[in-house]
Design a binder for this molecule. Structure first.
Ligand code: NDP
Length: 397
C-alpha cells in the first residue's frame, strides 16, 4: 500500500521495524533512519530483510529531514526518536507532503513540560496541506485513548470517571534501570502530579498520592498518581468526564534510587560546567545507566496496562475495565526487546497501518481517540497485544 519511514532506532524503533516488516502487504517499502546509522543497520540484520533501507539523519535539522523525505518519498513517518524532535519532523512533513505519527508529545529540552499546545497548533497547516498527523500512538498515550474511545462507543452513554492504570511487574535483575529512554523517563516521573476533577486540574506533590491496586495475573501493586499527557486530550475529547487520573506502579528499590538521583543533583536538566565543558547531569546519567534496549534477555514477568472506567449506560451506573498483559519474555523472543518497547512499538505500527488502509485518514492533527477505535482494537488482537474486558466489578478507585 505504501512506503513508511521510521525515525529512531532505539527500543521502540526496533519493535516498530519488526512489526512493520511483518505486515509487508501494507508497508511495501521500509526505511529506518536515525542519528546513528549503525543502529539502523543492526535492526535490519536482526530482522533479516536486506530490502529495508537505512539512513543517517539529524532529526533536529529540518533541512536534513527534507532532503531525506524527498529522496525516499514516504507516505508516512513513524516518529519514535525523542519528543524533542516532534516539531522539526512535523515541519519537514509539511514541506514535503508526508503524513505523520508519533508516540510522545513535544517537550522543550530546557523545561520538562508536557502539553499538546505546540503540536495542536499545527492543525490548520496539516488540514490545508491535506495531510494527517496522528499524535500519541504508543500504549499510554495511544492504546489508552483507543480503549477509552472504544468504551465510549460501545459500553457507555456517558463516561464519568477514567483511571488509566499502568503496572510493570517485570524484573530485569538490575539494581536500577529505566524501561525507555532514561532522560525522558526521569523527566516525566520527577514532575509534580496532576489530575482532572470537575473541570479543574489539581496539582499534587511528585508521587504524593498512592494506593495498592490489583492487576490481573499479577496481584496488588503500589500505584502512584502521575500526570500523563493523554489526560489532557481525553478530558477535552470526552467532556462528560468528571475525573481523570493516571496511575503507575513503582517498586521501593526504584523509588529509593530515584530519590538519591534527585538529591545528588543527577536529575538536573540545566547545563553545568564540568572541567571547562558544558554537560547536562541527566544526560550524563543516561550514558552510565543500563540501555533499555539491553534489558530484554533476563527480563521476567509482565506488564498490565488498562483503563478503569465508571459511567452511565441506559440510565444505570456501570464499570468497565479493559486491559492488556504483555510478557517481557514473549516480547524478547519475538523482537529482541522488552515489554515496554513492545507495547509502544506495536501500536505505533498499527496506527500507521490504519492510515495506510485509509481507516484513519483525515487532514489535520488528531489524537488517537478522535478516530474509529474498532479496526485498531481488532489489530491489537492480531498483532500481539490482545485485550480483555471485565464489567461491573469493583475498580478499587
Ligand atoms: P531510545 O533512547 O532507546 O531511542 C531513541 C532513538 O532516537 C535513538 O535511536 C536515538 O539515536 C534517536 N534520536 C535521538 N535524537 C535524535 C536526533 N536528533 N536525530 C535522529 N535520531 C535521534 O528511546 P525509546 O526507543 O525507549 O523511546 C522512543 C520514544 O518512544 C520516546 O519518544 C519515548 O518517549 C516514546 N515512548 C512512548 C511510550 C508510549 O506508550 N506512548 C512508552 C515508551 C516510550 P541514538 O541512538 O544515536 O541516540
Amino acid at each position: 500500500m505504501g512506503k513508511v519511514l521510521i525515525i529512531g532506532a532505539g527500543g521502540v524503533g526496533t519493535v516498530a521495524a519488526f512489526k512493520v516488516a511483518q505486515n509487508s502487504d501494507v508497508f511495501t517499502e521500509i526505511m529506518i533512519a536515525s542519528r546513528t546509522r549503525s543502529k539502523c543497520d543492526a535492526i535490519v540484520k536482526a530482522i533479516g530483510n536486506p530490502n529495508i533501507k537505512t539512513a543517517a539523519v539529524d532529526a533536529d535539522n529540518v533541512d536534513e529531514l527534507v532532503a531525506l523525505f524527498n529522496s525516499f518519498k514516504p507516505e508516512i513517518v513513524i516518529n519514535v526518536a525523542l519528543p524533542y524532535q516532534d516539531l522539526t519532523i512535523m515541519e519537514a512533513c509539511l514541506k514535503c507532503g508526508v503524513n505523520y505519527l508519533d508516540t510522545a508529545n513535544y517537550e522543550p529540552k530546557d523545561v520538562a513540560h508536557f502539553e499538546y499546545s505546540w503540536q495542536w497548533a499545527y492543525h490548520e497547516r496539516f488540514k490545508e496541506a491535506g495531510l494527517t498527523a496522528i499524535l500519541g500512538c504508543g500504549f499510554d498515550p495511544g492504546v489508552s485513548g483507543v480503549y477509552t474511545a472504544y468504551a465510549a462507543k460501545h459500553h457507555f452513554d456517558e463516561i464519568q470517571y477514567l483511571d488509566i492504570v499502568d503496572c510493570n511487574a517485570g524484573n530485569h535483575h538490575k539494581a536500577f534501570a529505566t524501561n525507555f529512554n532514561p532522560e525522558i523517563n526521569i523527566r516525566e516521573i520527577t514532575q509534580k502530579g496532576r489530575y482532572y476533577e470537575d473541570g479543574k486540574w489539581i496539582e499534587t506533590g511528585a508521587l504524593e498520592i498512592h494506593k495498592p491496586l490489583t492487576y490481573p495475573n499479577i496481584g496488588p501493586r503500589e500505584s502512584y498518581l502521575l500526570f500523563h499527557e493523554e489526560l489532557e486530550s481525553l478530558t477535552k475529547n470526552f467532556p462528560t468526564i468528571k475525573r481523570a487520573r493516571f496511575w503507575m506502579t513503582f517498586g521501593q528499590e526504584y523509588l529509593t534510587h530515584l530519590r538519591v538521583i534527585q538529591n545528588i543533583g543527577m536529575a538536573r536538566i540545566d547545563e553545568i560546567d564540568y572541567n571547562g565543558m558544558k554537560i547536562v547531569p541527566l544526560q550524563f546519567l543516561k550514558a552510565v545507566l543500563p540501555n533499555p534496549q539491553d534489558l530484554g534477555e533476563n527480563y521476567e514477568g509482565e506488564t498490565s496496562i488498562g483503563c478503569r472506567i465508571r459511567g452511565i449506560k441506559d440510565g444505570k451506573e456501570r464499570t468497565y475495565y479493559v486491559y492488556n498483559n504483555c510478557s517481557h519474555q514473549a516480547a524478547y523472543q519475538e523482537t529482541g526487546m522488552q515489554g515496554v518497547s513492545y507495547t509502544t512499538g506495536v501500536p505505533a505500527m498499527i496506527g500507521a497501518m490504519m492510515f495506510m488502509k485509509g481507516l484513519w485518514r483525515k487532514p489535520g492533527v488528531w489524537n488517537v481517540e478522535q478516530f474509529d477505535p474498532d479496526p485498531f482494537m481488532e489489530q491489537l488482537n492480531k498483532q500481539g497485544l490482545p485485550w480483555h474486558e471485565e464489567f461491573d466489578k469493583d475498580l478499587e478507585l
